[in-house]
Design a protein around this ligand. Structure first.
Ligand code: ADE
Ligand code: ZN
Length: 340
């Protein structure tokens, strides 16, 4: 849903998108049908769709699980280090065009190791693309390794141990996949190990799951950010806690509509969350499936919620405030927002 950029008042040229950080982006969720078919052919994988259009027609979801079923199935095309490098490179090219200056990228190792793809293949492939991102696209990057919460706590621990040789490439651990029935506390042990190893911690919570899961992510896992967290608004005490501690929330508005977390964008609680003093950011989650990348999400909330320029600038500033950046780089990016 890209829309025409507003003309610059001084030159009449289209204005570039606001500089922003993308903090909630599953790299496997950037697999566009075009690349999926190209990789299927390269790897001799048969897809259950005859054409890209037929695949796109499957992008109609009743809830998170119905999306996850397709998301995991399509990963069958990702097999080699080159595949992961090409996937990440294609994302970075799109992100540059959307004003993304810094990207913190989730990946799901268990979704690949379960298919016989070694974790080293995944991490080396992604890292190769990320290594060239600053020079090629002007984007700084981080990797966040997610545990699948509908797999066992032991599987998460095994995954963490398998990733130990690569921890210098990983900034944080995260928690994703089917939320309801899989509370954050299930992963207390692996999060303690991650923190001991010097990693940051984030977790999806309060997307489909209740506010109690957000409390657990904060108090049991000790996370630095909450991914989604939209359902926090159902609990006044939780909102007060998140506001007092300025815990960043990585909202994904187009995802919330596509996965029916909210009825429509005009009903999104983002304005109420800002009014409550929460540190909210706008992100794209799985943009190949949900109809838009980072700036498409900014534009969509602007149009549906009537957000003004200053509010959009606040959201862009928040993205850098919430990012895992050193203070000098953060200040440089914040100055870019101010100068926009
Ligand atoms: N994995 C990819 N996208 C996800 C989402 N929106 N929620 C939970 N797990 C995910
Ligand atoms: Zn997500």
């Amino acid at each position: 849903m890209p829309s025409t950029p507003a003309p610059s008042p001084s030159t009449g040229a289209p204005r570039p998108p606001l500089p922003k950080a993308e903090l909630h982006l599953h790299i496997e969720g950037t697999l566009e049908p075009e690349l999926a078919f190209a990789l299927a052919e390269r790897n001799g994988v048969k897809l259950p769709y005859a054409t890209q259009d037929e695949l796109r027609r499957a992008y109609s979801f009743a809830d998170l699980q119905s999306f996850l079923n397709l998301y995991y199935a399509l990963m069958a095309v990702l097999r080699t280090e080159d595949d992961f490098a090409d996937l990440a490179d294609a994302y970075l090219a799109r992100a540059e065009a959307q004003g993304v200056r810094h990207a913190e990228i989730f990946f799901d190792p268990q979704a690949h190791t379960a298919r016989g793809v070694p974790i080293g293949t995944v991490i080396r492939g992604l890292a190769r693309a990320l290594d060239g991102a600053q020079e090629t696209y002007g984007i700084s990057t981080r990797l966040i390794m997610c545990f699948l919460r509908d797999e066992s706590a032991d599987s998460a621990l095994e995954t963490f141990e398998a990733a130990r040789p690569y921890l210098d490439r990983i900034t944080a651990v995260g928690l994703d996949s089917a939320e309801v029935g899989h509370p954050p506390s299930k992963f207390k042990e692996v999060y303690a190990l991650a923190r001991e190893a010097g990693l940051k911690c984030v977790a999806h919570a309060g997307e489909e799951g209740p506010p109690a899961y957000v409390w657990e992510a904060l108090d049991v896992l000790g996370v630095d950010r909450i991914d989604h967290g939209v359902r926090s608004m159902e609990d006044e005490r939780l909102v007060a806690r998140l506001a007092a501690d300025q815990v960043p929330l990585t909202l994904c508005p187009l995802s919330n509509v596509r996965l029916r977390v909210i009825d429509d964008l005009a009903a999104h609680p983002l304005p109420a969350m800002l009014d409550a003093g929460l540190l909210v950011t706008v992100n794209s989650d799985d943009p190949a499936y949900f109809g838009g990348y980072a700036d498409d999400n900014f534009t969509a909330v602007r149009d549906a919620l009537g957000l003004g320029e200053e509010t959009l600038r606040t959201l862009a500033r928040n993205s850098f405030r919430a990012a895992f950046l050193d203070e000098a780089t953060r200040a440089k990016y914040l100055a870019e927002v101010d100068a926009h």
